[in-house]
Design a protein around this ligand. Sequence first.
Ligand SMILES: [Zn+2]
Length: 146
Amino acid sequence: MAAGELVAGLKLITDGVKALTGIADSIKNAEVKKVTIDMGNHVISLQTQMFDLLSQNALLQEENRNLKIKVDEKEDFKEFKDNLYFHGDVYWLLDEGDKPIHAYCPICADSKNLKIKVVKKYGSGFYWWTCHNCKYEVHHTEAPED
Ligand SMILES: [Zn+2]
């Protein structure tokens, strides 16, 4: 049920309670008057429960949206990881023809599910792969051969 339909339904209930209150005021029989007032109070109680359920529903919808985003991120990362090849102590992202595109940090990928490219650096006469996220360093190796 859409929120607009619920709001319209709640308006009908509110109008019904007002009508019941008017009827109760005009009833002379005390027992019938009491039953009518009790019915009105019960409807108000149900209306309160409906508002609580609407509120819970909105929270659950938001939680569901957030969980779907997390699932999408996990699926996206799994697809990314399925296209990685471990070579020279770094992950290589391979294209559809299995050609290496870029090297990625294995520490960040394995422990934090992060796609962090390593950067080639030079120091002390050697080339290194360096991760700016976790500071992982390893001797540079060329991309794997086809
Ligand atoms: Zn890293």
